[in-house]
Design a protein around this ligand. Structure first.
Ligand code: AVJ
Length: 319
């Protein structure tokens, strides 16, 4: 049975728009994270080839005290895309050693939100309020619940900003900035540019977990929208876009084929070798990170770098 909720209707609309677009077909990367996809992503973070998450964890482990020291005590913490919350625990532990704080994970995946709430439950000084919304709607909600004199720390970790095209990333950061007061902060994770072979291995691992993560998007369309994708007829492709400095994931049709998707009311034709673009992960130079801050109205308060992998954690101050 196919359940139709507002979320499913939106999913169907976006699938329809992306797969009927002239030229490059595409699907939004946010739909990679259903229950299966979220778990596959957790496995990706354990792969030796995918150093991003471990790099960020090292930074947060090594510098959580310093981060906490730079942020006001009376703070509400809003996290965009909490995932399972393991990394955030470190920050919350450090921030809330001897004082109370409120933590608002904002997440469209109910599964991930539940896992995150479980993870934080036993930190005595932290009260957790999960918000099942898209990032900006969720942040608006948190801003509305802010108490007098309470500062806001927004966490946007894991280099998820890299999934936005540069113009959209800037628009997104500016939007965040408009919801903040001058002494609020944003902690932003950015994966740095590194040699292409390293990136290709990270996004096309030999075990095939990333391939499964990508292909699951088609399986999800089958499950939730009555799609008729035959998964063995598509293959995972990772390629580096030199101009954009981003690693792209695609799903390539192994042959000419036609796929019907009931709930999206479409039948899609694929040529042999044609791809669906499912994700871009932009890799940054440090100078780009600085310009992003300036161009979106933030000031860089501090930056911590993991040299071993190439990852920067940035603490930006609004105003
Ligand atoms: C969670 C968005 C940061 O872009 O590296 C991992 C997702 N895609 N492998 C990334 C992902 C393929 C990941 N982010």
């Amino acid at each position: 049975m196919i359940l139709t909720t507002a979320v499913q209707t939106r999913f169907a609309e976006e699938v329809r728009a992306g797969l009927t677009k002239p030229g490059q077909k595409e699907l939004p990367s946010k739909y990679l994270y259903d229950a299966v996809g979220s778990r596959l992503f957790d496995v990706i973070t354990e792969l030796p080839e995918y150093g991003l998450t471990r790099a960020e964890s090292r930074i947060l482990e090594r510098h959580s005290r310093e981060i906490a020291a730079r942020v006001p005590h009376n703070v509400a913490i809003a996290e965009l895309g909490s995932g399972s919350g393991t990394k955030t625990r470190r920050i919350l532990d450090a921030l809330c050693r001897d004082h109370q704080a409120r933590y608002f994970p904002i997440e469209i995946s109910a599964t991930a939100l539940a896992a995150c709430e479980r993870e934080m439950r036993d930190i005595a000084t932290v009260s957790v309020v999960g918000i099942e919304r898209e990032y900006l709607d969720g942040l608006l909600e948190v801003a509305a619940r802010r108490r007098a004199g309470e500062h806001l720390l927004v966490l946007f970790l894991g280099s998820t900003i890299g999934n936005f095209e540069p113009a959209a990333a800037l628009a997104f950061l500016r939007k965040i900035r408009t919801m903040l007061d001058p002494s609020d902060f944003l902690l932003l994770g950015t994966d740095l540019l590194k040699p292409v072979p390293v990136l290709l291995d990270a996004y096309d691992d030999p075990v095939g977990v990333t391939a499964a993560f990508n292909l699951n998007l088609l399986a999800r369309i089958n499950r939730e929208l009555g799609g008729h994708f035959v998964l063995s007829q598509f293959e995972h492709v990772a390629q580096f876009n030199e101009t954009a400095r981003s690693i792209e994931m695609h799903l390539r049709s192994r042959q000419a084929q036609t796929v019907a998707i009931a709930a999206a009311e479409i039948t899609v034709e694929f040529e042999a070798g044609e791809t669906i673009w499912t994700e871009s992960s932009h890799k940054y130079r440090l100078s780009q990170v600085s310009s992003m801050a300036a161009d979106s109205g933030f000031k860089c308060a501090a930056q911590w770098i993991d040299e071993a992998w190439g990852f920067a954690e940035n603490l930006w101050m609004a105003g």
